[in-house]
Design a protein around this ligand. Structure first.
Ligand SMILES: O=C(O)CCC(=O)C(=O)O
Length: 283
């Protein structure tokens, strides 16, 4: 569990350098369980390598992970990561995408990119997406560890696709999480080892943005109904500031059988006004 001072320090590093590393964020038991689940799902669903140079011809990626096994629920909610995300964005943030990234031996380096470069906002801009790269294997120089260019989130341009850039390698032991502003220039390294590199990318965005994965349609309603409430909210069953995302003035969390969702801003404003008039303390 992170202290307030640790959360502040991580948030400050993301602001200043574009990234931070939370060493020992996940226990060995959790890491082993997650890797085991990935291997099993790959086998059972007969999954193969991705088919684009960006995703990696020797990389197995599983998208929409929350639908495959309950063990993955813990990842977006993790107590050593989510509080930092909430500090940089806010408590109404969303899960934007969550996928596994298993780089096989022989996988070439991924082109340096940034995750928000298709969004037409002039750079540099405030953090809009934070990406948590979970190291489920030791991240080493030779096995595909993510490469980053510290401070590049402050540049006024995005990298040129396919061009070589000098970068540092985010080496870290398994169980660590690198959390970064997605505007940071980065990319997976080359895997020249003979072992697979296991990782997750678990990205979060503001509640007023479109998520990269359509989790409300992609996750069957029966599955989402079993999620803890916080995970339901992260998946988009919520209303940002009581305004964005409502369904006929109702909070979509009610679709999952929750009794009372958030009040919409227009109703909340009247309730607040009436309370003030009648001298009732606002809760
Ligand atoms: O696998 C990695 O280390 C990074 C992957 C990545 O940045 C991406 O696919 O967008």
């Amino acid at each position: 569990m992170l202290t307030e001072a640790q959360i502040d320090a991580h948030a400050g590093r993301i602001r200043d350098d574009g990234y931070t590393v939370i060493e020992g964020a996940a226990s060995t038991t959790l890491v082993d369980g997650l890797k085991g689940a990935l291997d099993r799902i790959e086998r059972e669903h007969n999954l193969g390598y991705a088919r684009t140079s960006f995703e990696g011809f020797k990389t197995v990626r599983i998208n929409n992970l929350l639908t495959y096994d309950d063990i993955f629920w813990e990842v977006p909610l993790h107590e050593n990561v989510l509080p930092i995300v909430e500090r940089v964005l806010d408590r109404e943030c969303l899960l934007s995408s969550f996928c596994s990234l298993v780089l096989g031996p022989g996988q070439e380096a991924q082109p340096i990119h940034e995750d928000t470069q298709l969004i037409p906002l002039p750079r540099p801009h405030m953090p809009i997406v934070l990406n948590a790269i979970w190291a489920l294997s030791d991240f080493r120089d030779n096995n595909g560890a993510t490469r980053i260019i510290p401070g590049s989130h402050k540049l006024d341009a995005s990298p040129e696709y396919g061009k070589h850039y000098d970068a540092i390698t985010a080496t870290m032991p398994a169980g660590s999480v690198m959390l970064f502003d997605s505007a940071l220039w980065h990319g997976a390294g080359a895997n020249t080892s003979d072992a697979r590199r296991y990782a997750f990318s678990c990205a979060y965005c503001w509640g007023w943005m479109r998520q990269q994965e359509n989790l409300q349609l992609g996750i069957p309603r029966e599955t989402a109904m079993r999620f803890p409430r916080r995970l339901q909210e992260l998946c988009g069953y919520g209303v940002y500031k009581g305004q964005f995302g409502h369904i006929d003035n109702h909070d979509p969390i009610e679709l999952l059988g929750r009794e009372r969702g958030k009040r919409m801003v227009w109703e909340a404003t009247d309730v607040k006004k009436a309370r003030t008039k009648n001298n009732v303390p606002t809760v």
